[in-house]
Design a protein around this ligand. Structure first.
Ligand code: NDP
Ligand code: MG
Ligand code: MG
Length: 341
């Protein structure tokens, strides 16, 4: 059974006695900076020169400095730039300015797990990874609730790295919901596996194949869109509330019986073998190397795949249909984080 931690298990005073630098002010960065600030923690935001985010952070009353300056004064440095940018930002701006006993924090273990960042021995290395998008993390906090987080210590130089990580998680509001103890290796490998095989990769391909199968058989694209994409959210909400059992309870007996007899014809045991191969590439670093090498080359493969995905017919159908319906997701929903892009 996983070890769980709640507000009563953590001492907010630990993080309140530290100066915290939040590097980056994107999805996670803004949520960490604002939640910690509102929990009474001294926060500075570190941004690159000419950063487009500076004005946004200052509007919220936060102090913004250039990354090196923000780091120089900090006891805790939370790195919240995109994973592929962290190695460069660390080498150029963080490492040369880091206090010898400052703690390094991450919200995902990628750079530590694959050795792109190797902090010196004097630093605590911790992870507080909220299990939700940054905008949800902020909104839940403001509503007096929290998004659960998983917490890990990779290097305990101070002897009290765990108490520090737990205190940070409490200031984020995460322990209102609960924190689970993990390791950098477990978080990184399971996070990559989940998004690749089920959440992002698996679901996207399943939708595209479903849409192609119906439209190639002559059905209207708009109808196909409803059946294989729009309703997915409704199904996932039920699974989220009460597991697959609640989803099966709520849908018709026809749908439930079809689930049992046809699901295993679509997702065959071969799919599980493919998942094991994807997991092996994550574990041995093949995926990480491919991602970072492409990013270092200017992301040609990434950009080509992104363009191909955006040109799939299900995207065009969706764009037109969403304009016509009252349930359409608006740009305002995207901006306040109620919808994920
Ligand atoms: P974002 O893409 O939202 O980060 C954007 C921020 O990083 C901006 O402030 C941007 O600066 C800055 N930035 C980008 N490139 C550079 C660079 N080369 N040098 C300096 N600053 C740079 O990141 P996320 O919030 O999505 O992810 C941050 C971390 O959190 C990652 O480790 C991710 O895996 C993890 N995570 C993310 C989740 C999410 O929901 N997004 C969920 C859980 C964990 P500027 O403003 O100047 O453009
Ligand atoms: Mg991830
Ligand atoms: Mg139906």
């Amino acid at each position: 059974m996983a070890e769980m931690f709640y507000d009563d298990d953590a001492d907010l005073g630990v993080i309140q006695s530290k100066k915290v630098a939040i590097i980056g002010y994107g999805s996670q960065g803004h949520a960490h900076a604002l939640n910690l600030r509102d929990s009474g923690v001294e926060v500075v935001v570190g941004l690159r020169d000419g950063s487009a985010s500076r004005a946004k952070a200052e509007e919220q009353g936060l102090i913004v400095k250039e990354i090196g300056e923000a780091v120089a004064d900090a006891d805790v440095v939370m790195i919240l730039t995109p994973d592929q940018a962290q190695r460069g930002v660390y080498a150029e701006h963080i490492e040369p300015n880091l206090k010898p006993d400052a703690a390094l924090f991450f919200a995902h273990g990628f750079n530590i797990r694959y050795g792109y960042i190797t902090p010196g021995e004097g630093h605590d290395v911790c992870m507080v990874a909220p299990k939700g998008p940054g905008h949800t993390v902020r909104r839940q906090f403001e509503d007096g609730r929290g998004v659960p987080a998983i917490i890990a210590v990779e290097q305990d130089a101070s002897g009290s790295a765990w108490d520090l990580a737990l205190s940070y998680a409490k200031a984020m509001g995460a322990l209102r919901a609960g924190g689970i103890k993990t390791t950098f290796t477990e978080e990184t490998e399971t996070d990559l596996f989940g998004e690749q095989s089920v959440l992002c990769g698996g679901v996207s391909k399943l939708i595209q194949y479903g849409f192609e199968t119906l439209t190639e058989a002559g059905y209207q694209p708009e109808i196909a869109y409803f059946e294989v994409l729009h309703e997915l959210k409704l199904i996932v909400d039920l699974i989220n509330e009460g597991g697959i059992t609640k989803q099966r309870w709520s849908c018709s007996d026809t749908a439930e019986y079809g689930d049992y007899v046809s699901g295993p014809r679509i997702i065959t045991p071969e799919v599980k073998e493919n998942m094991k191969a994807v997991l092996a590439d994550i574990q041995d670093g093949t995926f990480a190397t491919r991602f970072i090498e492409d990013q270092d080359a200017g992301a040609p493969e990434f950009e080509a795949l992104r363009a191909e995905g955006q040109n799939h017919p299900v995207e065009k159908t969706g764009q037109e249909l969403r304009k016509l319906f009252a349930w359409k997701t608006t740009d305002a929903d995207y901006e306040d984080g109620s919808a994920a892009r």
